[in-house]
Write a protein that binds this ligand. Sequence first.
Ligand code: BTX
Length: 253
Amino acid sequence: EPGPRKVRFGSQRLQLDETSSTNTVAWEMADQGRLAEGGIVIAARQTQGKGRRGRRWESPAGGLWLSIVLYPELQVRDVVPLSLVFALAVACALQRFITAPVKVKWPNDVLLGGKKVAGILLEINTEFDMIKYVVAGIGVNVNLRAEDLPAALRDQATSLYLETGQEFDLEAVLSAILAELEKAYARYLETGFKGLRRQFMERCAHFGQPVTVHTQGRDLSGIDQGIDDHGCLRLKLKDGRLVRVTAGDVMPG
Ligand code: BTX
């Protein structure tokens, strides 16, 4: 049968107790050809968990901290929207466990009660515009207690435990996440962002609301108009102009 090959997520698994960053470990393994496509590196704790733009990601025990390696036959510009595709998949997976709505915030966050419960960090290794591999890092605050997070983060970060008062089985949450990621990835390879757009629109955090987007060193304020077929954020500026943003940080207001 021709058509896109199906990648199994979690086909290979390296389980670590503590590491600097699962993205760093997965990157090195992929470089050495030691991680099959869909293979994961997962750690109970990270000492140097990474967010985007050199930011830190708090990764104490009680969360899911994992990285998946992929070898997509795609252009770099078509790989970038994967952070949103994966955020959506994680949101769908978490929704299986809780009733409160799980939202997605462009381009890579998963929100619960308006606070960040999970994040995606996509790192792409390219050579002359060709993709060698992609490492998709996924962090989910599952059973974190308030005291597991620095005080400064408590009004913007949450966990499944903090929102529900319940503890969740990490392996069960992990299987749900891997299943949803696998499904979303296959769908994306088949249809591009188009096939996922509706699902995203149903889960997006700030649609129709005023937001400020920090992008390329400046702030753009306007109304969130959702995303286009390429996964770009559409923003209607105060002067009525419609702009598309490919990367940035969104804040409400
Ligand atoms: P981001 O740059 O969108 O978000 C980072 C920001 O989120 C931080 O600056 C801080 O304000 C806040 N933050 C830090 N830690 C947490 C937390 N545990 N929960 C909620 N908010 C937090 C998001 O980057 C991408 C995160 C990916 C993390 C995974 S974990 C496995 C893999 N390995 C690795 O080093 N990173 C990825």
